[in-house]
Design a protein around this ligand. Structure first.
Ligand code: F6R
Length: 357
């Protein structure tokens, strides 16, 4: 029930700190350490490569999941859009493990891949919010998101939960192999949960940003590098699906290869600056678009901020910045949709679970 909330989406965004805390608890063993089932750990150990298969927002989470498994556990990962995978299957490694990321567990595009790879005898793990869902039942293993029901069509808390669970799985796997991991993920996730809360507490400011940048916008760009690029893709998807403003996420360095031609006087460009090693480069890209008239909204992380940045997100561990930086993008999209009197919870042409291919 949405109770006193005007929209499920707002309620679900508000729940995000609690969802991260719930995941910490759900994946804690009796010693208080993060853990996943031994059979899942074994399945990952037996694989020489992970194939992440997902659609939409879940695909965007998968792109970050690849970074987690490669950086923390040293396992090579490919990420594929489910609807493309069936007829465009890459050459598989000798011992693949398929990981399906799906909030609903019912997405037909993802299921057809699962059916196909099961026919070929490959193992599958589903990461889902819905126990007993089709993709959970038909896979060999399941990791649950523990996000509680997500009713709004636009996925918010499930995305954050997907990132947290992917990080836990990669971290536990890396630790079990004695990889050199110099931080405590439980502590860092708890810090991220607080960071998420501090963004949610800035609703008035985020509504103002939506007003200042998107009130009359026909289109909008989201740019970032590294992890910020993947969050930009998600920010753009949120904005277009609920406000119908045409929006695109781009890798900062890729802009000059064509897309920058679209920048005009007043074009809104949201730039994320949370990754230290590319902070200067992305600021260079911001200068390029501003020189062509863009109305740039810089969202940076504490420690990397500069004068003129519109929003500063609190410092969190570099691999967890997406959990926090996506929050302002969700809320800005929500307010942009409200300002345009869009049906936030049930955008036109969209269904919560897409059960046709
Ligand atoms: C966007 C959104 C969709 C879903 C996609 C996959 O806000 O909700 O892009 O992420 O349809 O759905 P699941 O995760 O249920 O497989």
């Amino acid at each position: 029930e949405k109770g006193t909330y005007p929209h499920y989406m707002l309620k679900e965004m508000d729940e995000q700190p609690a969802v991260v805390r719930k995941i910490i608890q759900a994946y804690e063993n009796e010693n208080g350490d993060l853990a996943i089932d031994q059979d899942i750990l074994d399945a990952i150990s037996n694989a020489d490569r992970l194939y992440i298969i997902a659609a939409g927002t879940s695909y965007h989470a998968g792109l970050l999941g690849k970074q987690y498994f490669e950086k923390l556990a040293g396992i090579p990962v490919e990420v594929h859009i489910s609807s493309e995978f069936g007829y465009n299957m890459p050459l598989l490694s000798e011992k693949p493990l398929f990981i399906f990321i799906t909030q609903s567990g019912e997405t037909a595009d993802s299921r057809q891949v699962l059916v196909k790879i099961k026919e070929q005898g490959y193992p599958a793990l589903t990461i889902t919010n819905v126990p007993g869902s089709t993709l959970s039942r038909e896979a060999d293993y399941t990791l649950l998101l523990h996000a509680g029901p997500e009713i709004a069509v636009a996925s918010t808390k499930a995305y954050v939960a997907q990132l947290a669970v992917l990080a836990v799985a990669a971290y536990v796997k890396g630790k079990s192999e004695g990889k050199n991991i110099d931080f405590d993920l439980k502590t860092e996730l708890a810090i991220a949960a607080n960071g998420i809360q501090s963004m949610i507490d800035l609703k008035d400011e985020l509504e103002q940003i939506a007003e200042d940048y998107l009130k009359i916008a026909r289109n909008a760009f989201f740019i970032g590098r590294n992890a910020d690029f993947y969050v930009s893709l998600e920010g753009a998807l949120k904005l277009k699906e609920i406000s119908y403003i045409q929006a695109e996420g781009f890798a900062g360095g890729e802009l000059k290869h064509g897309t920058i031609a679209l920048i005009e006087d007043g074009t809104p460009v949201f730039a994320l600056v949370t990754q230290e090693q590319v902070a200067l480069n992305i600021r260079g890209n911001v200068k390029e678009v501003v020189a062509r008239g863009a109305n740039a909204c810089i969202i940076s992380m504490e420690g990397l901020e500069e004068e003129g940045d519109r929003l500063i997100i609190p410092k969190v561990h570099p691999i967890l910045t997406p959990l926090v930086s996506v929050i302002p993008l969700q809320l800005i999209s929500y307010y942009a949709a409200l300002h345009r009197r869009c049906d936030v919870d049930k955008p036109r042409n969209l269904a919560k679970s897409v059960t046709v291919e």
